[in-house]
Structure formats: structure tokens, C-alpha cells
Design a protein around this ligand. Sequence first.
Ligand SMILES: [Zn+2]
Ligand SMILES: [Zn+2]
Length: 163
Amino acid sequence: MIQTAYRCPRCEQTVRGALSDVSFQMVCPQCDQSLAVAGDTLREGQIHRCVVCSGTDLFVRKDFPQRLGVSIVVLGFAASCVTWYHHQVIFTFGVLFATAFIDVLLYLLMPDLLECYRCHTQYRGVANLDQHAPFALETHEKYRQLAARTAGQENGHITTGST
Ligand SMILES: [Zn+2]
Ligand SMILES: [Zn+2]
């Protein structure tokens, strides 16, 4: 069973749901928008194209909540300030080292997830994740520019319409 989280194309709410080989239907609980899914999307527990935008460019990344990582670093830094203030130098370095260690450990323990470059839909519990490539900045940049261009075109339409 694959768990997915995507942004509804109609109402932009985050929708969470499960996909399986047998039945596949994603309906937004907010606006009842259902997604039409191509037949080759899901095969043997693997995602072959994005459910939401049908894009085939997907990348693997750690399911690590960035906010948690930042919180740990901030906490560690705050604690080290306290020990530093009390002239406990060894303790200060100990705290900073422990903070970094916890961050790395958590990162390693976190499972992988699959994400779509174009619409950032996330898939958890996908089989054979190693068949997908890790994050590539080049591809990310391609989609970022594509999105920027699309947004620019939409703005252009508005300005030509008003004149
Ligand atoms: Zn919706
Ligand atoms: Zn997508």
C-alpha cells in the first residue's frame, strides 16, 4: 500500500490517501475533485508516473521533516549558549556534538519517500525505491523554470487582456 500526499489541483488543499494495485481513486475530501489516473501509473507496488500531473520525473529523498531538524539545531545551540555562559567549555562542545549526532542519526533512520519534481506530490511505501534516481538539481531547475514561465505567461495574458 502506497501512501500519497498531494495538493488538490482545484482547491489546493493537501490531500492524503492510499493507493493500491487493485483500486485506485483519489478524491479530494474538500471539493470532491477526483483524479483520473493513467493505467500504467502503478504496477507491482511501484509508481511509474505521477498520479497528479502524470509526470515521469520522480526523485527519492529522505522523509525527514526539515522543521524537526532545524528545531534540534536551535535547541542544541540554545543549550550550548547556556553552558558557554557558565564557562563550561567541554560541556558546550559536548552539547553541540550531541546535537549534530542526533541530527545525523535521525536522518539515517528516516525512511525514503518518492517525490514528483513538477507538482511535489509525495509517495510513501513505494517498492524498489532504488530504481528511482535521487534528487538532481538539473531536473529540479528545469521544472522550476517551466513553472516560472507558465506563471509569467498567465500574467502576460492578464496584461494584454486589460489593454
Ligand atoms: Zn480539492
Ligand atoms: Zn506530479
